[in-house]
Design a protein around this ligand. Structure first.
Ligand code: COI
Length: 355
């Protein structure tokens, strides 16, 4: 279905002020934003306007009850200057999966992709051309009804903002396996991309950073033994030639990068198993020399090589080299920049029909 998105471009772009060689994630935003309102059971008034503040009533329900979800995506640009989106339909579907869990309305998936395409087409000059950099896209939905009682809201906003970003980590990283706080339990909201999941992770993450680690490694809520995911990424271990990643057990986010890496590794001939994996198994593999690689996968981080994991009072040494992790990173970056063949049909080109 073709949607009628009202587009009001800015008179003067601010892109000239951007230093493309120094763009930390999430600090700079493009000229425009996409907005759509939910009222009387319908999404109405899809529009692209200049990036601006949104006035918020102090009783807006998202502020009190956290009815808020989001997605993370990236747009890149190929050598011919054509903007590319990475598997946008997967994020559109996941947003609605999260919406279901949080008692929020679905957002039309074709409008999600159409809004992204129009926004990226308009802000295409903000896409960093360097391999490994991208225009980070943040679609999100929140309850903006003014109401104090506790029930599903009747008014929501769906917004997409865009922020040019360089690589998230420029180094191998250290994780801290958390044994006091949890991220999620089965039946909770861990498999949704709900804002509250990240809110609850902030204190443990700050504590891990104060100890010199980059992110928390979350363990299961019952035994603090089975690995779930890390701060902003899913996790893969290579043990004795085989890749293992925690199975999606209802408490883990189904990462779009995770599913792409599984596809890629299998295609390259690696065995990949999705199953519960315990920290005890990692300690044992580290000690007997079969823990060959570990890396995290996520939209913002891309592929982050893991050097070691702090657990209780000891360090689990992982490795100083990630040959397969590096191959995965180079392949995904190559496909994203249009320099490698997109044999998996991941990329969606933005051309033709747009502004
Ligand atoms: C992403 O990787 O896109 C995320 O949503 C993580 C975010 C907290 C930086």
């Amino acid at each position: 279905m073709k949607h009628n998105i009202k587009i009001t471009p800015v008179q003067q772009s601010k892109v000239g002020e951007l230093d493309f060689n120094n763009i930390p994630l999430g600090k700079t935003f493009t000229d425009h934003m996409f907005i759509c309102d939910y009222e009387n059971g319908q999404w109405i008034n899809p529009r692209i306007e200049s990036l601006h503040d949104i006035s918020t009533h102090p009783a807006a329900m998202a502020l009190h009850y956290g009815q808020a979800i989001f997605e993370g995506m990236k747009a890149t640009i190929d050598v011919n200057g054509i903007p590319l989106l990475f598997r946008p339909a997967k994020n559109a579907a996941r947003l609605n999966f999260s919406a279901d869990r949080m008692g929020m309305p679905h957002f039309p998936e074709d409008l999600f992709v159409e809004g992204l395409k129009q926004l990226v087409a308009l802000d295409k000059n903000w896409i960093p051309p360097q391999e490994g950099s991208a225009l980070y896209l943040r679609p999100f939905m929140y309850a903006d009804e003014h109401f104090i009682g506790m029930r599903a809201a009747t008014h929501y906003k769906f917004i997409i903002i865009a922020s040019p970003s360089g690589p998230y980590f420029n180094k191998r990283i250290k994780l801290f396996a958390e044994t006091k706080y949890i991220r999620a339990a089965q039946g909770g909201t861990g498999e949704a991309k709900a804002a509250g999941n990240y809110a609850a992770a902030i204190k443990p993450s700050e504590m891990a950073k104060a100890k010199g680690y980059d992110q928390v490694l979350w363990l299961d809520a019952h035994e603090f033994n089975y690995i779930q995911e890390a701060g902003t990424m899913n996790i893969f271990f290579k043990i004795n030639g085989e890749f293992i990643t925690p199975s999606l057990d209802g408490a883990i986010l189904a990462g779009v990068t995770r599913m792409s890496v599984i596809e890629l590794l299998k295609d390259k001939g690696y065995k990949v198993t999705e199953r519960p994996i315990s920290i005890d198994e990692i300690i044992k593999a580290s000690k007997n020399g079969t823990l060959e690689e570990a890396f995290g996968t996520g939209t913002a981080v891309g592929i982050a090589m893991i050097q070691d994991i702090g657990y209780k009072d000891s360090e689990i040494y992982v490795s100083d080299e990630n040959p397969v992790g590096q191959m995965v990173l180079d392949t995904i970056n190559g496909i994203r920049s249009g320099k490698r063949e997109d044999k998996y049909n991941w990329m969606v080109k933005i051309e033709g029909e747009l502004v």
